[in-house]
Write a protein that binds this ligand. Sequence first.
Ligand SMILES: Nc1ncnc2c1ncn2[C@@H]1O[C@H](COP(=O)(O)OP(=O)(O)O)[C@@H](O)[C@H]1O
Ligand SMILES: [Mg+2]
Length: 227
Amino acid sequence: MLKMEHIAKVFRTDTVATHALRDFSLHVKAGEFVSVTGPSGSGKTTFLNIAGLLDSFDGGSYQLDGINVSGLNDSARSKLRNEKIGFIFQGFNLIPDLDIFDNVDVPLRYRGFGRAERKQRIEEALLKVGLSARAKHLPSQLSGGQQQRAAIARALAGNPAFLLADEPTGNLDTTMARQVMELLEQINEQGTTIVMVTHDPELARRAKRNIQIVDGEMADLTLKQAV
Ligand SMILES: Nc1ncnc2c1ncn2[C@@H]1O[C@H](COP(=O)(O)OP(=O)(O)O)[C@@H](O)[C@H]1O
Ligand SMILES: [Mg+2]
C-alpha cells in the first residue's frame, strides 16, 4: 500500500545541505499500525510529510496504493492526498474561530462534497471520537485531549485509507494521551492503516510494528527490542 524504496531527501540552504533521509526504504501494508520513533532531527517528520504527499523527495521511488507518486503533477498529487490521507499533528491545527463541526467540514468542502453528505460524514466522525455533544464548541472551549479527538474526526471524515500522525500525544498529559491512543487503536481495528510518530516508548510499543529512524535511515525493531 505504501511502498518507499531508497528515498533520499536533502534540505539545502545557501551554506548547508542537510540529508534528512538517506536510502530510506519502508513498506506498510493495508491494516498495519506502525509506530515510528527516533531522536529529534532524525527525519521522522520529513518521512511523514513525504508519505503524506506534503513534501517532495530527491531520490528513490514512492508508490501509494500502486500509484507512482513521482509521476504526478501538483493537482493530481493534491487529489490523491485528499482522497487517501488523513493527518494528525502534535498541535492539533484546528482553526480557532471555527466551531468543531466547521473544522471537520474544512477538508470535506475542499473535496466538493454536497451539504447533506458533509453533514452525515461530520456527524459520524464526531460520534466515532465521542464529541457529538461538542459540535458547536470552539476549539478553545475544549481540553487538549478533546481538541486532538476533534482533529482525528477531521482526518477521519474523508474516510482515508491512511492516517498519518506526527507526535499526536506530544501536547497531552498521560491520561489524555492514553485515550487518544485507544481511539487510534479502535480506528485501526476498523481497517484504517496508521503510521504514528511518537516520543512515548509506551505508546510506540502498543503499535503492532515499531520502526526507528536514526540519521535518516530506517531500522525495523521487534517489539522486544523497542526502546
Ligand atoms: N524545511 C527545512 N529546511 C531545512 N532543514 C530542514 C527542514 N525540515 C527539516 N530539516 C532538517 O532535516 C532534519 C530532519 O528533520 P525532521 O524530519 O523534522 O526530524 P524529526 O521530526 O525526526 O525531529 C533535521 O536536521 C532538520 O533540521
Ligand atoms: Mg518531527
